[in-house]
Design a protein around this ligand. Structure first.
Ligand SMILES: Nc1nc2c(ncn2[C@@H]2O[C@H](COP(=O)(O)OP(=O)(O)OP(=O)(O)O)[C@@H](O)[C@H]2O)c(=O)[nH]1
Ligand SMILES: [Mg+2]
Length: 369
Protein backbone atom coordinates (compact mmCIF):
# COMPACT_ATOMS: atom_id res chain seq x y z
CA UNK A 1 0.00 0.00 0.00
CA UNK A 2 1.27 3.44 -0.91
CA UNK A 3 2.78 5.79 1.62
CA UNK A 4 0.52 8.50 0.37
CA UNK A 5 -2.61 10.39 1.33
CA UNK A 6 -5.51 10.64 -1.09
CA UNK A 7 -7.55 13.83 -0.97
CA UNK A 8 -11.25 13.03 -1.35
CA UNK A 9 -14.54 14.87 -0.95
CA UNK A 10 -17.57 16.13 -2.85
CA UNK A 11 -16.94 18.12 -6.05
CA UNK A 12 -16.07 21.80 -5.64
CA UNK A 13 -15.13 21.67 -1.96
CA UNK A 14 -11.57 22.89 -2.58
CA UNK A 15 -9.57 19.68 -2.95
CA UNK A 16 -7.52 20.85 -5.92
CA UNK A 17 -7.02 24.29 -4.38
CA UNK A 18 -5.49 22.66 -1.31
CA UNK A 19 -3.52 20.18 -3.42
CA UNK A 20 -2.06 22.94 -5.56
CA UNK A 21 -1.04 24.93 -2.50
CA UNK A 22 0.55 21.78 -1.07
CA UNK A 23 2.57 21.12 -4.17
CA UNK A 24 3.39 24.72 -5.11
CA UNK A 25 6.81 24.23 -3.55
CA UNK A 26 7.33 20.57 -4.32
CA UNK A 27 10.08 18.66 -2.60
CA UNK A 28 13.22 18.55 -4.68
CA UNK A 29 12.22 15.72 -7.00
CA UNK A 30 15.83 15.03 -7.94
CA UNK A 31 16.35 13.46 -4.53
CA UNK A 32 13.60 10.97 -5.16
CA UNK A 33 14.23 9.45 -8.56
CA UNK A 34 11.88 6.56 -7.81
CA UNK A 35 8.84 8.84 -7.85
CA UNK A 36 7.17 9.29 -11.19
CA UNK A 37 4.88 12.16 -10.52
CA UNK A 38 1.58 12.46 -12.32
CA UNK A 39 -0.20 15.83 -12.49
CA UNK A 40 -2.47 14.89 -9.62
CA UNK A 41 0.31 13.41 -7.56
CA UNK A 42 2.79 15.46 -5.57
CA UNK A 43 5.58 14.93 -3.10
CA UNK A 44 5.77 17.43 -0.32
CA UNK A 45 8.47 18.14 2.27
CA UNK A 46 7.43 17.42 5.83
CA UNK A 47 7.96 20.52 8.01
CA UNK A 48 10.09 19.57 11.02
CA UNK A 49 11.63 22.09 13.45
CA UNK A 50 14.00 19.39 14.73
CA UNK A 51 15.63 19.15 11.31
CA UNK A 52 16.20 22.92 11.37
CA UNK A 53 17.72 22.72 14.86
CA UNK A 54 20.05 19.86 13.92
CA UNK A 55 21.12 21.80 10.84
CA UNK A 56 21.92 24.89 12.88
CA UNK A 57 24.11 22.82 15.24
CA UNK A 58 25.90 20.64 12.67
CA UNK A 59 26.04 23.16 9.80
CA UNK A 60 26.07 20.59 6.99
CA UNK A 61 26.53 21.40 3.31
CA UNK A 62 23.03 20.18 2.62
CA UNK A 63 19.77 19.46 4.45
CA UNK A 64 17.18 17.07 3.10
CA UNK A 65 13.69 16.88 4.65
CA UNK A 66 11.41 13.86 4.82
CA UNK A 67 8.70 13.69 2.20
CA UNK A 68 5.15 12.53 1.96
CA UNK A 69 3.04 12.09 -1.12
CA UNK A 70 -0.43 13.47 -1.78
CA UNK A 71 -2.88 12.47 -4.45
CA UNK A 72 -5.64 14.79 -5.67
CA UNK A 73 -8.69 12.71 -6.49
CA UNK A 74 -11.64 14.06 -8.48
CA UNK A 75 -14.87 14.73 -6.57
CA UNK A 76 -17.06 11.83 -5.55
CA UNK A 77 -20.81 12.10 -5.97
CA UNK A 78 -23.77 10.16 -4.65
CA UNK A 79 -23.95 6.88 -6.54
CA UNK A 80 -20.20 6.74 -7.18
CA UNK A 81 -20.09 3.20 -5.84
CA UNK A 82 -22.56 2.30 -8.60
CA UNK A 83 -20.39 3.94 -11.22
CA UNK A 84 -22.04 7.39 -11.14
CA UNK A 85 -19.76 10.27 -12.28
CA UNK A 86 -16.76 8.14 -13.20
CA UNK A 87 -17.22 6.58 -9.77
CA UNK A 88 -15.33 3.33 -10.27
CA UNK A 89 -12.24 5.06 -11.55
CA UNK A 90 -12.11 7.39 -8.53
CA UNK A 91 -12.75 4.60 -6.10
CA UNK A 92 -9.93 2.67 -7.73
CA UNK A 93 -7.58 5.56 -6.94
CA UNK A 94 -8.73 5.70 -3.35
CA UNK A 95 -8.13 1.97 -2.91
CA UNK A 96 -4.47 2.50 -3.67
CA UNK A 97 -3.68 5.23 -1.16
CA UNK A 98 -2.34 4.64 2.35
CA UNK A 99 -4.66 7.08 4.13
CA UNK A 100 -7.49 9.46 3.33
CA UNK A 101 -7.87 13.20 3.76
CA UNK A 102 -11.55 14.01 3.51
CA UNK A 103 -12.02 17.65 2.55
CA UNK A 104 -15.27 19.19 3.78
CA UNK A 105 -16.59 22.50 2.55
CA UNK A 106 -17.02 24.79 5.55
CA UNK A 107 -17.28 28.12 3.72
CA UNK A 108 -20.17 30.08 2.25
CA UNK A 109 -19.75 31.49 -1.24
CA UNK A 110 -22.76 31.85 -3.50
CA UNK A 111 -20.45 31.93 -6.52
CA UNK A 112 -19.15 28.45 -5.85
CA UNK A 113 -21.81 25.90 -6.64
CA UNK A 114 -22.45 23.25 -4.04
CA UNK A 115 -23.56 19.97 -5.62
CA UNK A 116 -26.46 19.68 -3.17
CA UNK A 117 -27.42 23.36 -3.35
CA UNK A 118 -26.47 24.20 0.24
CA UNK A 119 -23.44 23.95 2.49
CA UNK A 120 -24.11 21.22 5.04
CA UNK A 121 -21.03 19.45 6.38
CA UNK A 122 -22.91 16.68 8.18
CA UNK A 123 -24.79 15.81 4.99
CA UNK A 124 -21.67 16.06 2.83
CA UNK A 125 -19.65 13.83 5.12
CA UNK A 126 -22.44 11.27 5.20
CA UNK A 127 -22.71 11.24 1.41
CA UNK A 128 -19.03 10.52 0.95
CA UNK A 129 -18.74 8.04 3.80
CA UNK A 130 -21.76 6.10 2.55
CA UNK A 131 -20.31 5.88 -0.97
CA UNK A 132 -17.03 4.59 0.42
CA UNK A 133 -18.85 2.10 2.63
CA UNK A 134 -20.97 0.89 -0.31
CA UNK A 135 -17.89 0.40 -2.46
CA UNK A 136 -16.39 -1.74 0.31
CA UNK A 137 -19.67 -3.58 0.76
CA UNK A 138 -19.50 -4.71 -2.83
CA UNK A 139 -15.94 -5.98 -2.36
CA UNK A 140 -16.86 -7.83 0.83
CA UNK A 141 -20.02 -9.33 -0.67
CA UNK A 142 -18.07 -10.70 -3.59
CA UNK A 143 -15.60 -12.37 -1.25
CA UNK A 144 -18.41 -13.69 0.91
CA UNK A 145 -20.13 -15.23 -2.09
CA UNK A 146 -16.98 -17.08 -3.04
CA UNK A 147 -16.54 -18.54 0.46
CA UNK A 148 -18.55 -21.73 -0.11
CA UNK A 149 -16.11 -22.83 -2.74
CA UNK A 150 -13.09 -22.02 -0.57
CA UNK A 151 -14.59 -23.83 2.44
CA UNK A 152 -14.73 -27.01 0.36
CA UNK A 153 -11.17 -26.61 -0.89
CA UNK A 154 -8.83 -29.62 -0.58
CA UNK A 155 -6.07 -27.24 0.37
CA UNK A 156 -6.25 -27.15 4.19
CA UNK A 157 -4.68 -23.70 4.35
CA UNK A 158 -7.26 -22.13 2.08
CA UNK A 159 -10.01 -23.87 3.98
CA UNK A 160 -8.80 -22.66 7.39
CA UNK A 161 -8.44 -19.13 6.14
CA UNK A 162 -11.95 -19.18 4.70
CA UNK A 163 -13.27 -20.48 8.02
CA UNK A 164 -11.59 -17.61 9.82
CA UNK A 165 -12.81 -15.09 7.26
CA UNK A 166 -16.48 -16.03 7.39
CA UNK A 167 -17.52 -14.38 10.69
CA UNK A 168 -15.32 -11.37 9.93
CA UNK A 169 -16.97 -10.83 6.57
CA UNK A 170 -20.35 -11.12 8.24
CA UNK A 171 -19.53 -8.35 10.73
CA UNK A 172 -18.14 -6.26 7.88
CA UNK A 173 -21.31 -6.67 5.81
CA UNK A 174 -23.51 -5.67 8.74
CA UNK A 175 -21.37 -2.61 9.55
CA UNK A 176 -20.98 -1.42 5.98
CA UNK A 177 -24.70 -1.87 5.32
CA UNK A 178 -25.29 0.65 8.10
CA UNK A 179 -23.02 3.05 6.22
CA UNK A 180 -20.32 2.76 8.90
CA UNK A 181 -16.62 2.41 8.22
CA UNK A 182 -14.81 -0.92 8.51
CA UNK A 183 -12.28 0.79 10.78
CA UNK A 184 -15.02 1.26 13.37
CA UNK A 185 -14.91 -2.51 14.05
CA UNK A 186 -12.41 -3.63 16.65
CA UNK A 187 -10.41 -6.31 14.87
CA UNK A 188 -7.29 -7.79 16.43
CA UNK A 189 -4.04 -8.06 14.47
CA UNK A 190 -4.71 -11.60 13.25
CA UNK A 191 -8.19 -10.70 12.05
CA UNK A 192 -6.86 -7.62 10.31
CA UNK A 193 -4.38 -9.84 8.51
CA UNK A 194 -7.14 -12.19 7.29
CA UNK A 195 -9.06 -9.34 5.65
CA UNK A 196 -6.04 -7.28 4.57
CA UNK A 197 -6.10 -8.51 0.97
CA UNK A 198 -9.56 -6.94 0.50
CA UNK A 199 -7.85 -3.51 0.59
CA UNK A 200 -10.95 -1.93 2.06
CA UNK A 201 -11.19 1.83 1.66
CA UNK A 202 -12.93 2.38 4.97
CA UNK A 203 -10.25 0.40 6.80
CA UNK A 204 -7.74 3.14 5.98
CA UNK A 205 -7.12 5.89 8.46
CA UNK A 206 -9.00 9.09 7.62
CA UNK A 207 -9.02 12.67 8.82
CA UNK A 208 -11.29 15.57 8.03
CA UNK A 209 -9.88 18.76 6.55
CA UNK A 210 -12.32 21.63 6.97
CA UNK A 211 -11.89 24.13 4.18
CA UNK A 212 -12.91 27.48 5.71
CA UNK A 213 -13.04 31.08 4.54
CA UNK A 214 -10.67 33.79 5.78
CA UNK A 215 -12.95 34.83 8.66
CA UNK A 216 -12.94 31.42 10.29
CA UNK A 217 -9.22 30.77 10.39
CA UNK A 218 -8.85 31.89 14.00
CA UNK A 219 -12.27 31.01 15.31
CA UNK A 220 -14.32 28.01 14.22
CA UNK A 221 -17.56 28.70 12.39
CA UNK A 222 -20.67 26.58 12.96
CA UNK A 223 -19.74 24.25 10.06
CA UNK A 224 -16.37 23.42 11.59
CA UNK A 225 -17.94 22.86 15.01
CA UNK A 226 -20.30 20.36 13.42
CA UNK A 227 -17.44 18.49 11.75
CA UNK A 228 -15.51 18.39 15.05
CA UNK A 229 -18.56 16.98 16.80
CA UNK A 230 -18.96 14.20 14.21
CA UNK A 231 -15.24 13.45 14.13
CA UNK A 232 -15.10 13.14 17.91
CA UNK A 233 -17.79 10.45 17.80
CA UNK A 234 -15.81 8.51 15.20
CA UNK A 235 -12.44 9.11 16.81
CA UNK A 236 -11.14 10.88 13.69
CA UNK A 237 -9.02 13.99 13.80
CA UNK A 238 -9.76 17.36 12.20
CA UNK A 239 -7.50 19.91 10.54
CA UNK A 240 -8.78 23.36 9.65
CA UNK A 241 -7.39 24.94 6.53
CA UNK A 242 -8.27 27.92 4.37
CA UNK A 243 -7.66 26.91 0.77
CA UNK A 244 -7.87 30.50 -0.39
CA UNK A 245 -5.27 31.86 2.06
CA UNK A 246 -3.03 28.86 1.51
CA UNK A 247 -2.95 29.48 -2.22
CA UNK A 248 -2.04 33.14 -1.52
CA UNK A 249 0.75 32.06 0.84
CA UNK A 250 1.94 29.50 -1.68
CA UNK A 251 2.31 32.26 -4.27
CA UNK A 252 4.76 34.16 -2.05
CA UNK A 253 8.40 33.62 -2.92
CA UNK A 254 10.42 33.54 0.27
CA UNK A 255 9.90 31.88 3.64
CA UNK A 256 10.26 35.33 5.29
CA UNK A 257 7.36 36.70 3.27
CA UNK A 258 5.31 33.64 4.16
CA UNK A 259 6.09 34.00 7.87
CA UNK A 260 5.22 37.71 7.74
CA UNK A 261 1.91 36.95 6.08
CA UNK A 262 1.07 34.33 8.72
CA UNK A 263 2.03 36.81 11.43
CA UNK A 264 -0.22 39.47 9.93
CA UNK A 265 -3.27 37.20 10.16
CA UNK A 266 -2.29 36.05 13.63
CA UNK A 267 -1.38 32.40 13.08
CA UNK A 268 1.82 30.58 13.96
CA UNK A 269 1.69 27.69 11.58
CA UNK A 270 -0.10 27.46 8.25
CA UNK A 271 -2.99 25.04 7.89
CA UNK A 272 -1.04 23.40 5.12
CA UNK A 273 1.88 22.65 7.36
CA UNK A 274 -0.50 21.15 9.93
CA UNK A 275 -2.16 19.10 7.21
CA UNK A 276 1.14 17.69 5.97
CA UNK A 277 2.12 16.66 9.48
CA UNK A 278 -1.31 15.19 10.14
CA UNK A 279 -1.10 13.20 6.89
CA UNK A 280 2.32 11.88 7.88
CA UNK A 281 0.94 10.79 11.27
CA UNK A 282 -2.13 9.26 9.68
CA UNK A 283 0.15 7.02 7.62
CA UNK A 284 1.87 5.87 10.83
CA UNK A 285 5.16 7.41 9.74
CA UNK A 286 8.01 8.49 12.01
CA UNK A 287 11.30 10.23 11.36
CA UNK A 288 14.89 9.45 12.19
CA UNK A 289 17.87 11.55 11.14
CA UNK A 290 21.32 11.02 9.76
CA UNK A 291 23.65 13.87 10.60
CA UNK A 292 27.05 14.45 9.08
CA UNK A 293 29.03 17.43 7.81
CA UNK A 294 28.01 16.67 4.24
CA UNK A 295 24.35 16.15 4.84
CA UNK A 296 21.71 16.27 7.51
CA UNK A 297 18.72 14.30 6.43
CA UNK A 298 15.34 13.18 7.72
CA UNK A 299 14.30 9.62 6.86
CA UNK A 300 10.87 8.14 7.10
CA UNK A 301 10.15 4.81 8.73
CA UNK A 302 7.01 2.94 9.71
CA UNK A 303 6.25 3.17 13.41
CA UNK A 304 7.41 -0.04 15.09
CA UNK A 305 10.39 -0.65 12.77
CA UNK A 306 13.55 -2.28 14.09
CA UNK A 307 16.98 -0.85 13.29
CA UNK A 308 17.73 -3.03 10.21
CA UNK A 309 14.38 -2.19 8.58
CA UNK A 310 14.89 1.50 9.28
CA UNK A 311 18.38 1.26 7.78
CA UNK A 312 16.82 -0.35 4.70
CA UNK A 313 15.04 2.93 3.99
CA UNK A 314 18.43 4.41 3.06
CA UNK A 315 19.61 1.43 1.09
CA UNK A 316 18.70 -2.26 0.94
CA UNK A 317 22.40 -3.09 1.53
CA UNK A 318 22.17 -1.38 4.90
CA UNK A 319 19.43 -3.79 5.89
CA UNK A 320 20.99 -6.89 4.37
CA UNK A 321 24.42 -6.29 5.86
CA UNK A 322 23.29 -4.62 9.08
CA UNK A 323 25.81 -5.00 11.91
CA UNK A 324 24.84 -2.35 14.44
CA UNK A 325 23.54 1.16 14.83
CA UNK A 326 25.08 4.04 16.72
CA UNK A 327 22.27 6.06 18.17
CA UNK A 328 21.49 9.14 20.17
CA UNK A 329 18.33 11.17 20.37
CA UNK A 330 18.00 14.64 18.86
CA UNK A 331 16.77 15.95 22.22
CA UNK A 332 20.16 14.95 23.67
CA UNK A 333 21.88 16.84 20.88
CA UNK A 334 19.76 19.90 21.66
CA UNK A 335 20.57 19.60 25.37
CA UNK A 336 24.32 19.03 25.06
CA UNK A 337 25.02 20.93 21.86
CA UNK A 338 27.33 18.53 20.02
CA UNK A 339 27.87 14.85 19.37
CA UNK A 340 31.08 14.89 21.41
CA UNK A 341 29.25 16.31 24.42
CA UNK A 342 26.43 13.79 23.95
CA UNK A 343 29.08 11.05 24.14
CA UNK A 344 30.64 12.58 27.25
CA UNK A 345 27.22 12.61 28.88
CA UNK A 346 26.90 8.88 28.19
CA UNK A 347 23.90 9.32 25.93
CA UNK A 348 25.49 7.77 22.86
CA UNK A 349 24.48 4.12 22.44
CA UNK A 350 25.29 1.13 20.29
CA UNK A 351 22.20 -0.85 19.37
CA UNK A 352 21.64 -4.19 17.64
CA UNK A 353 19.13 -5.83 15.32
CA UNK A 354 16.27 -5.82 17.81
CA UNK A 355 16.40 -2.09 18.55
CA UNK A 356 13.05 -0.36 17.99
CA UNK A 357 13.85 2.93 16.33
CA UNK A 358 12.33 6.00 18.01
CA UNK A 359 10.99 9.12 16.39
CA UNK A 360 13.77 11.71 16.56
CA UNK A 361 16.68 9.26 16.81
CA UNK A 362 19.92 10.28 15.11
CA UNK A 363 21.37 7.11 13.61
CA UNK A 364 24.58 5.94 12.11
CA UNK A 365 24.54 2.45 10.63
CA UNK A 366 27.43 -0.01 10.46
CA UNK A 367 26.98 -2.61 7.77
CA UNK A 368 28.91 -5.16 5.79
CA UNK A 369 27.87 -6.69 2.46
N1 LIG B 1 -14.51 31.25 -1.05
C1 LIG B 1 -13.68 30.21 -1.12
N2 LIG B 1 -13.58 29.56 -2.30
C2 LIG B 1 -12.78 28.50 -2.38
C3 LIG B 1 -12.01 28.03 -1.27
N3 LIG B 1 -11.33 26.94 -1.64
C4 LIG B 1 -11.64 26.73 -2.93
N4 LIG B 1 -12.51 27.66 -3.38
C5 LIG B 1 -13.07 27.78 -4.73
O1 LIG B 1 -13.96 26.70 -4.96
C6 LIG B 1 -13.90 26.28 -6.34
C7 LIG B 1 -13.64 24.80 -6.43
O2 LIG B 1 -12.34 24.53 -5.92
P1 LIG B 1 -11.52 23.24 -6.34
O3 LIG B 1 -10.29 23.26 -5.51
O4 LIG B 1 -11.36 23.15 -7.81
O5 LIG B 1 -12.51 22.10 -5.86
P2 LIG B 1 -12.36 20.51 -6.00
O6 LIG B 1 -12.83 19.97 -4.69
O7 LIG B 1 -11.03 20.14 -6.44
O8 LIG B 1 -13.46 20.17 -7.09
P3 LIG B 1 -13.55 18.89 -8.07
O9 LIG B 1 -12.17 18.56 -8.54
O10 LIG B 1 -14.46 19.35 -9.14
O11 LIG B 1 -14.16 17.80 -7.24
C8 LIG B 1 -12.80 27.11 -6.98
O12 LIG B 1 -13.41 28.16 -7.70
C9 LIG B 1 -12.01 27.65 -5.80
O13 LIG B 1 -11.42 28.89 -6.08
C10 LIG B 1 -12.12 28.76 -0.04
O14 LIG B 1 -11.49 28.44 0.98
N5 LIG B 1 -12.98 29.83 -0.02
MG1 LIG C 1 -10.37 19.00 -8.14
Amino acid sequence: MGLNCGIVGLPNVGKSTIFQALTSAPAEAANYPFCTIEPNQGIVSVPDVRLKKITSLIKPQKTVPAIVEFLDIAGLVKGASKGEGLGNQFLGHIRQVGAIIHVVRCFDDSDIVHVHGEVNPADDIETINIELALADLETVQKRYNSLDKLLKSHDKKIQTRAKMAKPLLEILIKTLEEGKAARSIEFDEEEKEVISDLHLITMKEMLYACNVDEDSVLEDNAYVSKVRELALKEGSSVVKICGKIESEIAALESQEEKDEFLDSIGIKESGLSLLIKAGYDLLGLKTYFTAGEKEVRAWTFKDGSKAPQAAGVIHTDFERGFIRAEVFHCDDLFQYGSEVKVKEAGKFRVEGKEYLVKDGDIMHFRFNV
